[in-house]
Design a protein around this ligand. Structure first.
Ligand code: GL2
Length: 832
């Protein structure tokens, strides 16, 4: 333990500052203390995991000190709180994040080095908290960090899933799903709150009671009650001045064991209630292809909405004592429709528990809630079968009927109240069985509704919410997504961050807009050379990771063309694969030409039940297998699919990307946030005019981004003419040849017709307009090649991208929510 302070210990500091020896010694002693008394290990026997826990606990102590102060201050000042309800929080790892935001990273690195421990190695042993699927969940995590950074008194509410997003393995090119086990070694960040337990009811019946004054009252008598247990994780804002709480609920049965059954010999039956209750918080997004799966999903939604509302109402009452002031002191943001049942739950609490008259209750509810829509895809707009709702949540169904009746009565008075219009406005969709429209419920129960990019918010007004918008014009606003620069710049790319802070000063992470000051350096060759050298080092590091994980050797001087995100037809990984195949054939036919060496990097998970997406993964892997072993393209083209994409892998890939693939069918990607992370780190985007790409184009300017393809309007027009790909294929020899080689089994010789379904879909039923956009995409990729040849111009554009990304900080997004939706103050970091 008394290792000398070697030069090595101070050297790797990303900021280049040498931490003070006394502080380092103090941190070292605290880590040793944790190792001994909390982990119960000696220095000699400690594993990297033990060191990780000891280090996490030592920084957690620091966080806790600020945390208690933050909670106290909010109490004393009677501040309005923000409650962010989300079924997903895709947090990733927290160690580096916590150390960064507490401004303890260099000191801790040095302290560990004194102990012979490498902080980077500890970083790798922490499991990702993968309590989300993709962009929506990651956005919630970025928002939690920005809300803390801006000193908003906020709580995140969600579910503490035992198993987060599945672990993906690729076997013979195919995706296999394995349960993910992030809690198996314990979780040093969380605090269980055994005193905070709420009962959440399901099913049962309703009794009509007569009150002394003769009024009738509906009383719900649940047939089943599940307990919600609170687990709190502190979320540190930048510079550690303010800490918020992420409160996640775990489900337990009221009676963990039926002792009578157990003693009578039914040992399994005795645990049935427990198993049934715990299934609610068992897994993220249980498969919903079966009715049982759908029911479990609805149980999850109500479980966390109810526990969260009970908790925040309890807090409000203990602080302010009057339920009628709820909207003045609480803003509840619904992250998509998943928590939308909270609207009916709050009505249930106000009307049934607090006896507030209906109209007053409805006014409080609307003033308290706001709702963010994250997708226009019809299959993602949740609806629940009325019979299921009636059985599981009978009182809430009554409430929804009454909300609907009053709403339809109001809109039915207008001159244009046709049957079709009322059917579109109704909370109940009668078109295929009777189903409750959760998007409509969230819309009606909120005072503001927002989309997540300018284009998406506009499309909301003309598509899914067209009719509701006409009833409450102006309710829909836009809040373009953002990303936290602490994680996606500083933690993912420390060397680039150092270079940038040299230019703009070290308040970069306090106010991202000062990145603008980097713009003039785009023409400074000394600067761009350093910028390019940092990027190259990142590519060398990624190449090592790729070699370790899948055994493929990459050339760091090749163009890294990166497509990482969930696998979905609308995201069009297949368009990228088709271009890859076309180039592969061309290089083989004309190997004498001067080609640009290029690496295509794919990563992403497909939903377990999404057959087509899984076939696309297999195709990417099969193409990689053939391409990477073909001697004629050696050194010119590589195709890799990195398994098990998650937040941590994204942090490694993004800083090493040259080209960012954002090629969704226009009108279908609500925003995207990966697009922002890439551009910030200096990748150029090849993309359609979709989601936030449109705003990225506005900020960086047309010469610094590669835009191609149909616009959202053109997509709509084109679809009305038919979605067969035949014409486009007939027009493009390249496309037809690429399709033909895939269809004929060039990449799947052991099963030549493996990709028939994909090729047939593109040929006859090309809803995502891959064939229509192919030539435009192909040609734009050739523009990319041309640009890449002129390295000076390439790096100039890269620097311009970085310098214009300040606006995409989630601090900006959260400030807009705070001012325009929540009505709460914000304090920029460094001004506490
Ligand atoms: C998504 C959108 O698809 C994506 O474009 C957007 O950036 C994020 C965050 O707003 O939300 N909607 C959705 O359901 N998921 C997303 O990632 N899963």
């Amino acid at each position: 333990a008394d290792a000398p302070l070697v030069a090595d210990a101070a050297a790797p500091a990303a900021t280049g500052q040498v931490p003070a020896a006394a502080e380092v010694a103090e941190i070292r002693d605290r880590i040793l203390e944790k190792l001994k008394h909390s982990v119960s290990k000696s220095v000699g026997s400690a594993t990297p995991h033990d060191w990780f826990i000891a280090t996490a606990l030592s920084v957690r102590d620091k966080i806790v000190e600020s945390w208690l102060t933050s909670i106290d201050t909010a109490k004393k000042t009677g501040r309005k709180r923000v409650y962010y309800l989300s079924l997903e929080f895709l947090i990733g790892r927290l160690l580096i994040d916590a150390l960064t935001n507490m401004e303890l990273i260099d000191q801790t690195r040095a302290a560990l080095a004194e102990l012979g421990v490498d902080l980077e190695a500890l970083r790798e042993v922490e499991p990702d908290a993968a309590l989300g699927n993709g962009g929506l969940g990651r956005l919630a995590a970025c928002f939690m960090e920005s809300m803390a950074t801006l000193s908003i008194a906020a709580y995140g509410y969600g579910i503490r899933y035992d198993h987060g997003l599945f672990r993906q393995r690729i076997k013979d090119g195919r995706q296999l799903e394995y349960p993910e086990d992030w809690l198996s070694y314990g979780n040093p960040w969380e605090f269980q709150r055994p005193e905070l337990v709420y009962g959440v009811g399901f099913s049962g019946h309703i009794e009509t009671q007569t009150l002394p004054d003769g009024e009738l009252k509906q009383v719900w008598m649940p047939g089943e009650t599940v307990q919600a247990l609170a687990y709190d994780t502190p979320i540190a804002g930048w510079r550690g001045a303010h800490i918020n709480t992420l409160r996640l609920w775990a489900a337990r049965a009221a009676d963990p064991l039926r002792l009578d059954k157990f003693n009578s010999g039914d040992h399994v039956g005795a645990l049935m209630d427990q198993v049934r209750a715990e299934s609610i918080s068992k897994v993220l997004y249980p498969g919903d292809t079966s009715p049982a799966g759908q029911e479990l999903r609805l149980r999850q939604e109500y479980f966390f909405a109810s526990a969260s509302l009970q908790d925040l109402v309890r807090r409000h009452m203990s602080l302010f004592g009057d339920i009628k002031t709820l909207a003045d002191k609480a803003a509840i943001q619904l992250n998509d429709t998943h928590p939308a049942i909270a609207v009916a739950e709050l009505m249930h609490i106000l009307v049934d528990r607090y006896d507030i008259p209906w109209n007053k209750s409805w006014a409080i509810t609307k003033a308290t809630f706001s709702y963010t829509n994250h997708t226009l895809l019809p299959e993602a707009l949740e609806t629940w079968p009325v019979p299921l709702m009636e059985r599981l949540l009978p009182r809430h169904m009554q409430i929804i009927y009454l909300i609907n009746a009053l709403h339809l009565e109001k809109v039915g008075k207008g001159p244009d109240a046709s049957g079709a219009r009322l059917a579109a406005l109704s909370l109940i969709d009668e078109s295929h069985g009777r189903r409750v429209r959760m998007g409509h419920l969230a819309f009606l129960g909120s005072h503001k509704v927002n989309g997540v990019s300018a284009l998406h918010s506009d499309l909301m007004k003309t598509t899914v919410f067209r009719d509701l918008e006409s009833v409450e014009p102006g309710k829909i606003t836009n809040k373009t997504n953002g990303i936290t620069f602490r994680r996606w710049l500083k933690e993912a790319n420390p060397s680039l961050t150092s270079l940038l802070t040299e230019v703009v000063g070290d308040t970069l992470l306090d106010d991202a807009t000062i990145l603008e000051k980097v713009a003039p350096y785009a023409d400074d060759s000394a600067f761009t050379e350093r910028y390019a050298a940092i990027r190259r080092a990142n590519k060398v590091a990624l190449s090592a990771l790729v070699r370790d994980r899948i055994g493929v050797k990459l050339d760091p001087d090749a163009l890294f063309d990166v497509h990482i995100k969930r696998i979905h037809e609308y995201k069009r990984q297949i368009l990228n694969i088709l271009e890859t195949v076309a180039i592969f054939e061309e290089i083989r036919a004309q190997s004498f030409r001067e080609w640009i060496p290029r690496v295509k990097i794919f990563a992403g998970k497909a939903a377990a039940s999404y057959t087509t997406a899984k076939l696309i993964i297999q195709l990417a892997n099969d193409v990689g297998k053939v391409v990477n072993s073909d001697p004629t393209v050696r050194g010119l083209l590589k195709v890799v699919f990195l398994p098990n994409y998650n937040v941590s892998l994204a942090e490694r890939i993004i800083p090493a990307a040259d080209l960012s693939e954002q090629i969704s069918t226009a009108g279908m990607e609500a925003s995207g946030t990966g697009n922002m992370k890439f551009a910030l780190n200096g990748a150029l985007t090849i993309g359609t005019l979709d989601g936030a790409n449109v705003e990225i184009l506005e900020k960086v300017g047309a010469p610094n981004i590669f835009i191609f393809g149909l616009t959202a309007d053109q997509v709509e027009a084109k679809r009305t003419q038919g979605i067969s790909g035949q014409e486009a294929i007939a027009r493009s020899q390249r496309l037809s040849e690429a399709l033909e080689s895939i269809a004929s089994g060039v990449f799947s010789p052991e099963q030549p017709d493996r990709y028939r379904p994909l090729v047939d879909a593109l040929t006859y039923n090309d809803f995502f307009l891959v064939t229509a956009d192919f030539d435009s995409y192909y040609n734009t990729q050739r523009d990319v090649f041309k640009r890449w040849r002129d390295k000076k111009s390439w790096w100039r554009s890269a620097v311009i991208n970085t310098s214009n990304m300040g606006w995409f900080s989630s601090d900006r997004t959260i400030t807009e929510y705070a001012q325009e939706i929540w009505n709460v103050p914000t304090t920029p970091p460094g001004r506490n």
